[in-house]
Design a protein around this ligand. Structure first.
Ligand code: SAH
Length: 284
């Protein structure tokens, strides 16, 4: 028999972070259990689970409604993959960049405009293209920026081998500093995600590195370009000279964004002080 659980969210766009709180409610296995009665508080809303769940259906109301059925794993649910990625991160197996990609997956809608502020080898650009063209009915737009031609060439090569012609057409590769992103994105075009993967190009010239001054300018640009319901996503590195200082700038920027308009968080490994650090800044 199906047991129905309703969970309310104050904002539909905070699905990822709220969802983490209750991901144990569902699993691919058919016997999902928790002690009855179980009470969960998610984002200030309370949901009481009164039964052991054999087969469950969860509906989430308030903007982002979705249904999960167990068994019959929710392959098309926005929650798919959440458990693996977050548990993988907690267990020290999933990379910070994968967690960033997961966050984008929950934020980006098909047809959106997004910016890769540091395209490097193109992995982030590729992930973003896939999200904005999910079922190919709308095209979306990806602006990918880098200061070095070599990075743009690497990105282009990756896109050539991974995408079809239509998908490639939505990407605009631009050789420029990300502090100029407002000159790249057409005026009035709402941006859903601005993604930063700071530092230097893996396998490239370590002198061509992001720095606090231009990163801060780029964050300011991103803040203004971003639409409500959009996300600034930063993967930062503190292990190289200047990295910590740059990352402090990112933290300061996020910390002073007003709480009524922004939700900002940091995710990092406590006992791996040099591991990449994630910062998410969500514009409500
Ligand atoms: N996102 C990439 C990795 C990025 S590495 C991937 O998925 O592979 C960081 C990149 O930032 C490098 O390619 C470097 O050239 C670029 N970069 C450094 N300073 C920059 C700046 N001011 N504006 C834009 N890109 C910059």
């Amino acid at each position: 028999m199906a047991t129905k659980i309703s969970i309310s969210f104050r904002t539909g766009k905070s699905t990822l972070f709220n969802a983490v709180a209750f991901f144990k409610l569902w699993s691919p296995s058919s016997n999902v259990t928790f002690p009855p009665p179980a009470t969960m508080i998610t984002n200030g809303h309370r949901s009481v689970c009164t039964k052991q769940i054999q087969q469950s259906q969860i509906s989430v109301s308030n903007q982002s409604a979705f249904n999960i059925s167990v068994p019959g794993f929710p392959v098309d649910s926005p929650l798919s993959g959440l458990e693996d990625v977050m548990i993988g991160y907690i267990l020290g197996k999933t990379k910070a960049t994968e967690v960033a990609h997961l966050a984008w997956k929950y934020i980006v809608q098909e047809g959106d405009t997004v910016v890769d502020a540091t395209c490097g080898n193109g992995h982030d650009t590729l992930a973003l293209v896939k999200l904005v063209t999910a079922d190919k009915t709308q095209r979306g737009r990806v602006y990918s920026l880098d200061v070095q031609k070599f990075a743009l060439e690497k990105t282009l090569a990756l896109l050539d081998e991974s995408l079809d012609k239509d998908e490639k057409e939505i990407v605009k590769l631009v050789e420029t500093c990300h502090s100029k992103m407002h000159e790249v994105v057409p005026k009035g075009e709402p941006v859903r995600v601005v993604a930063f993967n700071l530092g230097y190009l893996p396998g490239g010239d370590k002198a061509l590195i992001t720095g606090p001054k231009t990163t801060l300018m780029a964050l300011e640009s991103a803040k203004d370009l971003l639409t409500h319901g959009g996300l600034i996503s930063v993967v930062g590195y503190v292990g190289h000279p200047g990295g910590r200082e740059e990352f402090e700038t990112v933290l300061e920027f996020g910390s002073r964004l007003p709480v009524d308009e922004w939700s900002c968080c940091e995710l990092r490994m406590l006992n791996r002080p040099l591991a990449p650090v994630l910062v998410f800044m969500f514009k409500r």
